[in-house]
Write a protein that binds this ligand. Structure first.
Ligand SMILES: [Zn+2]
Length: 496
């Protein structure tokens, strides 16, 4: 206790004169110019950047607005209101609004758990540490032909599997991060990861929100690769009905985010039987609704450990169709090092889930777990039904299967597209099952571009239009199938 007091005293002396400042609409690539010397950037999003420095050291040449003094004392939250014309007077007891533009707010907490605060919003807790930059621009992977192993992998992703996972999650009735029910939900995920056959499953410390600890932790399942570099498929498991700091008795969270969590469970089940060049991690986070707490703790610990994370695909709300054919929004929120993840999802999604519309979108304010990874210097994007929330049941007790999750086809296609993309980026190398092993040996070793006619007896050749052809005669694209394993198809180019 005494050492804490000493630290507190030292802190308040050494930080005298510090200010919290804001710069509007700063390009991500500009950040290294600002975060140097004693200037720390705590938050970046396309709309605004928050930094901390001594008043005498504010960066030159930028339009800087000072929002607060002594910024290391109270907590800050970025709040994106879901409804228009919200009466902010009910906030006053718990927080001061330092800045507001449209439905986007920066608020400063006043201490005390705001458990009575009923407000439908997306919340991001501002972590008081300099964000890390990624200056690496990963090139878009060279284009390949569809890999039969991946086509096979995503065949196993169907509505029944997704529905069963989702129903089980909804049946916890509440998955509020402060309710003990969330501990049973994480235990369920833990056991499902084990059942699917992942190599390692564990609980990873989720941290705590400013008002206390959670009854459980994040669940991480790992599929080892040949390298230590990892791809991540994640979602938040926790839910809220609009009062995340309280202990909500009913928060079914079917769309937000039973859908994404069911997506992670389904992806783990589909991918576990295969082998990959890079590691794949499947993670269900908690504490998201309290401001991305679980993912923030995890992502920062990865950065501190120097883990090499190639990219993160976060699924949050992938079950609601707002009308017509629902398209998947791939959101990197203008975080330039993450652009290749959007491009990859659009490209490979198009290859493996033909006809499924995937567009580039944005969630202003980075209000889901991918933002935690971006802040830790990693490439990360979000897959979501609508970048700006359309679901009327969002953060309410009505977020249930049937009304709030109304499009299992969309959900299945989303999961397929993300699994296929991650399988491509991680480099699928084989499959554990015996039949496929033989298939792989005979078949995957065939080059995709060939110049000599194939004379294997056990293959059938098809033209690009699907007609059987006896022999390769003309230069062009063909498909070959093994007679014994007709479900596997490989695209080749024949150059005469
Ligand atoms: Zn969510």
């Amino acid at each position: 206790m005494r050492s804490v007091l000493i630290i507190g005293l030292f802190f308040s002396i050494s930080t005298a004169g510090e200010i919290l400042f804001k710069i509007d609409k700063l390009s991500y690539d500009k950040l290294p110019e600002i975060q140097k010397g004693n200037v720390e950037i705590w938050e970046w999003n396309p709309e605004f950047t928050l930094g901390v420095c001594d008043e005498s050291e504010v960066p030159d040449g930028y339009d800087i607005e000072i929002l607060d003094k002594n910024p290391r004392i109270e907590h800050y939250f970025i709040v994106k209101l879901i409804e228009d014309n919200v009466d902010l007077s009910k906030y006053k007891k718990y927080a001061d609004v330092l800045w507001k533009k449209g439905n986007l707010l920066l608020v400063r907490g006043k201490g005390g758990r705001p458990h009575d605060l009923k407000i439908r919003a997306e919340i991001k807790y501002v972590r008081k540490r300099p964000i890390k930059f990624s200056l690496i621009k990963t090139p878009f992977p060279s284009l390949r032909y569809t890999n039969p192993l991946i086509e096979e992998m995503i065949l196993n992703i169907d509505s029944a599997t997704v529905y069963n996972y989702l129903l089980r999650l909804q049946n916890f009735v509440t998955r509020n991060s402060h309710h003990d029910s969330i501990a049973r939900a994480t235990e369920y995920v833990f056991n499902q990861f084990l059942t699917s056959g992942l190599d390692l499953v564990y609980y990873s410390y989720a941290g705590e929100d400013p008002w206390g600890s959670f009854p459980t932790n994040n669940v991480v399942g790992i599929k080892y690769g040949e390298t230590d570099s990892a791809l991540i498929i994640c979602a938040h498991l926790d839910a809220t009905a609009g009062n995340p700091y309280g202990v909500e008795e009913i928060a079914p969270g079917a769309d937000d985010n039973g859908s994404g969590s069911a997506g992670v469970l389904t992806a783990a089940k589909a991918m576990a039987p295969y082998t990959f060049h890079h590691e794949i991690r499947f993670i269900c986070f908690i504490g998201e609704e309290q401001g991305l707490i679980g993912s923030g703790t995890y992502a920062d610990s990865c950065a501190n450990a120097g883990s090499n994370i190639i990219g993160v695909y976060n699924m949050d709300m992938i079950g609601y169709n707002s009308g017509g054919i629902e398209d998947l929004d791939a959101c990197d929120d203008n975080h330039s090092p993450s652009q290749f993840l959007v491009d990859s999802l659009i490209y490979f999604g198009g290859e493996y889930v033909p006809g499924f519309p995937i567009i580039e979108g944005s969630v202003m304010g980075g209000s889901s777990d991918h933002a935690s990874f971006q802040d830790a210097g990693y490439s990360a994007i979000l897959g979501i039904e609508d970048g700006s929330v359309q679901n009327p049941y969002y953060h309410s007790t009505g977020d249930t299967i049937g009304t709030s999750v109304n499009d299992f086809g969309f959900m299945v296609n989303t999961i397929k597209a993300i699994v296929a993309t991650v399988a491509e980026l991680a480099g699928v190398t084989g499959v554990k099952a015996q039949e496929a092993k033989r298939f792989e040996k005979v078949y995957l070793n065939l080059p995709t571009i060939i110049s000599k006619p194939l004379n294997l007896k056990n293959i059938t050749i098809y033209s690009a239009s699907g007609k059987k052809v006896g022999i390769l005669k003309k230069t062009g694209i063909y498909f070959i199938k093994l007679k014994k394993f007709p479900k596997y198809k490989k695209k080749i180019i024949y150059l005469k």
